[in-house]
Design a protein around this ligand. Structure first.
Ligand code: ATP
Ligand code: MG
Length: 313
């Protein structure tokens, strides 16, 4: 039986209810919603009934409890999430612009999850897991990068696997050491889940086909390219497959990539055929965008089956 682990940021998300460019004027807000890319990912894994754990840190405050309560309710092992009595839980304020792009104000590096430490208890938890999922956004602080690299070594040397979603936001790309850390993770990746220009971050290639070929030649087993409303494509050395996006009304795109990735990795680890894993992942991403709030649109397997059946009509 597989157990999937993530290490990284736990935040609350607070959403501006009116579109506009950032936060330089007072604007109505709604939240807190449980959030943080690896937290959304692992919540979606837990909701699918797959064994799941997270290593992180929150403050002993309501924002921390919003997250702990949700993850626990959805079946995630939260024993690796430390509650720091002196820390404050991370936060992200997000406002959508009229063109659909997003402006963020993040408090991550200087929040409780900026001080994640790899100790004996975390080492023991990592030892119970067979797969690590890494979010590029989680490489925001040296101690988190060290924890992720240590976990990769433990899991891979025990025959486990690693998936990696670069999940880059311009606001955090220039964190110290982030580019080097991204490269180090990619070198150990089995399943790579980029979206948009992230496919070209680590290659010299000019075209998508060349970039995929380069990544597969470098030892990555599977590349899945996320294409928003247009769905996603799957590549391994033998197979190329695409699945169109399911037609839905997009209310809030945050979390779609995380739910998509969690569903793909869960199905892949459990031996699903690529076409089935891709279809369920697309359904998971589509359901995520229909609901406001980053983690609110995570799905159970029954939700996905009902959705797919209804869409195929
Ligand atoms: P995130 O903002 O969560 O980081 P991402 O860039 O990683 O997102 P996207 O490509 O935006 O990932 O979305 C992931 C998947 O979710 C898509 O591949 C698709 O399956 C589904 N999806 C996203 N947006 C839509 C949409 N508007 N309609 C239908 N499906 C969607
Ligand atoms: Mg993403």
């Amino acid at each position: 039986m597989h157990k999937i682990l993530t290490i990284g940021e736990i935040l609350v998300e607070i959403i501006a209810t009116e579109k506009g460019d950032g936060f330089r004027q007072a604007t109505p807000l709604i939240g807190p919603y449980p959030s943080g890319a690896p937290a959304i990912f692992i919540d979606q894994v837990g909701k699918l009934g797959q064994a799941a754990a997270m290593i992180s840190r929150v403050g002993n405050d309501d924002f921390g409890h919003v997250n702990l309560d949700r993850l626990k309710a959805d079946g995630v092992d939260i024993s690796g999430i430390a509650v720091d009595p002196l820390g404050t839980t991370g936060s992200a304020f997000v406002r959508y612009r009229a063109d659909g792009s997003r402006a963020f104000v993040f408090n991550i590096r200087h929040s409780a999850c900026g001080t994640i430490r790899f100790d004996e208890a975390t080492r023991a938890l990592v030892g119970t897991c067979s797969h690590l999922h890494v979010m590029g956004s989680s490489l925001y602080a040296p101690s988190v990068v060290e924890s992720i690299i240590a976990a990769i070594e433990i899991i891979k040397s025990a025959g486990g696997t690693v998936s990696f979603d670069p999940n880059l936001r311009p606001e955090i790309l220039d964190s110290p050491g982030m580019r080097e850390a991204l490269q180090a993770v990619l070198a150990k990746t089995d399943v790579f889940l980029p979206s948009g220009q992230e496919l070209f971050l680590f290659t010299q290639a000019k075209t998508e086909a060349e970039a995929i070929a380069e990544l597969l030649a470098a030892g990555i087993k599977v590349v899945v390219v996320k294409r928003g409303a247009d769905g996603a494509s799957y590549f391994d050395r033998k197979t190329t497959l695409s699945h169109p996006g399911f037609a839905v009304e997009e209310i809030d795109p945050t979390g779609a990539g995380d739910c998509f990735g969690a569903t793909f990795v869960t199905f892949w680890l459990n031996g699903a055929k690529p076409a089935e894993a891709l279809e369920f992942a697309n359904a998971s991403g589509a359901r995520a965008v229909m609901i406001s709030g980053p983690m609110e649109g995570a799905s159970t397997r029954a939700d996905l089956e009902t959705f797919i059946t209804a869409k195929k009509g």
